[in-house]
Design a binder for this molecule. Structure first.
Ligand SMILES: NC(=O)c1ccc[n+]([C@@H]2O[C@H](COP(=O)([O-])OP(=O)(O)OC[C@H]3O[C@@H](n4cnc5c(N)ncnc54)[C@H](O)[C@@H]3O)[C@@H](O)[C@H]2O)c1
Length: 238
């Protein structure tokens, strides 16, 4: 089998970088697509390709897919990870409509555009898509309107795509819980202990789930919750 090819959005740092590095280590050719120039270093280390730009811009998304197919000969995996990932917007009366629209554009239009421009190439190689949602698609802290709405909509878009693009293309989502990519010293014992698995997540936990879903031939339309058990924990104050 020829080497498999993945396009990872938001691969410059944190979860996306861990996904790109995991796929590179597993032998995939990788395109890193990110608005931040730091994505070039990640791609270079992997011998991959870098596209700098905005996932909410149709022409840039079309170019990212085209350059990936031109350079590596096809496309087997699309990982839609890029997002405006800070959920908090402040009190509702003060939310700027433009901020609401921009977060939906990046977090929802982005994966839609990536699927639209990649689906033909993915179908040719019986590939698959993994969308990064969030447990915030199912539960909320206050003042997280656009983030929660975008991830809920992306959950629905995932099963809509799975039904529309199958059997050639499988489409799944991962809903991460709390994933900490920074200095572990920033976390307290209580941060870890509240999780049923006993710790906060790390980007490699999500990278492992992406690798699984890209290789799971009987799984499509699913959302895999990777949250250390937090959304299965009933919390009522005493
Ligand atoms: N970290 C968590 O706890 C957590 C929890 C649940 C879900 N998630 C989801 O996982 C994914 C990654 O999260 P993260 O914590 O690594 O986020 P992050 O903010 O650390 O990294 C996001 C990456 O996406 C890129 N990006 C942002 N907007 C872009 C755009 N318009 N075009 C191109 N690239 C863009 C950024 O430059 C960055 O490299 C996101 O979809 C996020 O919603 C994260």
């Amino acid at each position: 089998m020829s080497q498999r090819v993945a396009l990872v959005t938001g691969g410059a740092r944190n979860i996306g970088r861990a996904v790109a590095e995991r796929l590179g280590a597993d032998g995939w050719e990788v395109t890193v697509f990110d608005q931040e120039p730091a994505g070039a270093e990640v791609a270079e280390r992997l011998g991959g390709h870098f596209v700098q730009g905005d996932v909410a811009d149709p022409a840039t998304v079309e170019r990212a897919v085209r350059e990936t197919v031109e350079r590596f000969g096809g496309l087997d995996g699309l990982v839609c990870n890029a997002a405006l990932a800070d959920p908090s917007m402040g009190p509702l009366p003060e939310v700027a409509f433009d901020d609401w629209r921009r977060q939906l554009a990046v977090n929802l239009d982005g994966p839609f555009l990536c699927a639209k421009y990649a689906c033909t190439a993915l179908a040719e190689r019986r590939g698959s898509i993994v969308n990064l949602t969030s447990t915030r698609a199912f539960m909320s802290e206050a003042n997280t309107f656009a983030y929660s709405a975008s991830k809920g909509a992306l959950t629905a878009l995932t099963h809509s795509l799975a039904i529309s693009l199958g059997p050639e293309v499988r489409v799944n989502a991962i809903a991460p819980g709390w994933i900490h990519g920074g200095d572990p010293a920033e976390l307290s014992d209580a941060d870890h202990a509240q999780h049923p698995v006993g710790r906060v997540g790390v980007p490699e936990d999500i990278a492992g789930a992406v690798a699984y879903l890209l290789d799971a031939p009987f799984v499509t339309g699913a959302t895999l919750v990777v949250d250390g058990g937090m959304t299965r924990k009933m919390i009522y104050e005493e």
